[in-house]
Design a protein around this ligand. Sequence first.
Ligand SMILES: Nc1nc2c(c(=O)[nH]1)N[C@H]1C(S)=C(S)[C@@H](COP(=O)(O)O)O[C@H]1N2
Ligand SMILES: [Mo]
Length: 415
Amino acid sequence: MPRRTILKGGAAGVAGMSVLHASGAAHAFPGGREDDQVVPWLDQPADIPPPAQNILGHPLVWEDLDSWRTPNDEFFTVKHYNQPQLSPTDWRLGVDGLVADPQSLALADLRRLPRTSVDFTLECSGNHGLPFLIGGIGNARWGGTPLRRLLRQVGLRAGATEVVFWGADRGQVTIRDNPGVTGGGRTGTVEADAGGGQDLTITEQFARSMSVDDAMSPHNLLCYEMNGQPLPPEHGYPLRLIAPGWYGVANVKWLTRIQVIDRRFEGRFMARDYVTIRETRHAGDTVWTFTSVAKDRLKSAPAKVVRRGGLHRVVGAAWGAPIGRVEVQVDDGPWRAAKVHRHRGERAGGQDGHGFAWNFWTWQWGTPTRGEHTVRSRAFAVGGRMQPAADDPSVANRRTYWENNGQIARRVLIA
Ligand SMILES: Nc1nc2c(c(=O)[nH]1)N[C@H]1C(S)=C(S)[C@@H](COP(=O)(O)O)O[C@H]1N2
Ligand SMILES: [Mo]
């Protein structure tokens, strides 16, 4: 039975699964070899519940991680609405709003602009926030044309502060407790809700925005290529924003319009959904803070335990900031330094001379005692900042599931 099939069966399929299996391509991992065997984790993610099945596609199976670049057809997908079918002949990118020279660009126009690429690890900000979501991450080389160049070319007008990226996908959204709407309902519908207020139902388009400063980052790409292939339909064909260093949600797929405005944009995925709510203290009071999911956070995860002969090692990944070093802890033992592998293919010059892609790491475990063990990793950014423990206030004060970058513990049975 192929390993992928076993693991994708979820927690139930793994019950009693302490058997070793040949690791297939684990030898592609740094230092890996054909005769390596993967010891699967005991704590498998929950099955994807039906409502999320339309949203999340083929999450990364950590035990299968064997290539620094995730193949396109294995790269996780998140779509909140429909998947638009955009025809390359009709599709246009509009650039409008507070710009001197509004544009309507065909794909061929964009392809004629200077081309560049970036290796960037894209992580959904809900990753490790839900019992079924631990594989919302992948790494690819994204190719396209710099956003900054196009924005300069169209010229921002006085008052421009925010850039809105509109996707072609849309869906029905109900906004609750919207009392006192008069003369509305031309396209939306207004209905009384249970509490005597009114619900407004509209068809909202996917959109995210960034400040002009953030949008002008030299790293942002209008991306039409993924790992050397045309951007696949599920990843945003024909064009998406790639914003290296930002959580997945900022990387708008099926891009059709860039709009420059003079105030913040408060659409669903900025202001209602993908909002991190934290319980904090200020001047002796509890203060709830609300922040829109934005930039990646320093994070690492053990990927798998690999056995060769009697010797075990733990391999994993670290990302979200320029990685200085990584440590591994087994059970309540001391933290030990892992070896961080710098990928040769990665483009430097991203964050402080480091790239935006994950680093793989390896830690030699040797001959662990038989029985169940907990394996934990923690990453340190260049400069020394540490990935927080799971009970650190910055992680534990969250009351929504976004942006969990706490240390990840996995359980394994050594037979
Ligand atoms: N237009 C559009 N863009 C989108 C989304 C979406 O639903 N619609 N989902 C976002 C989220 S939440 C994530 S995590 C990433 C996932 O990118 P991928 O599907 O290429 O892995 O796309 C982002 N861009
Ligand atoms: Mo996401």
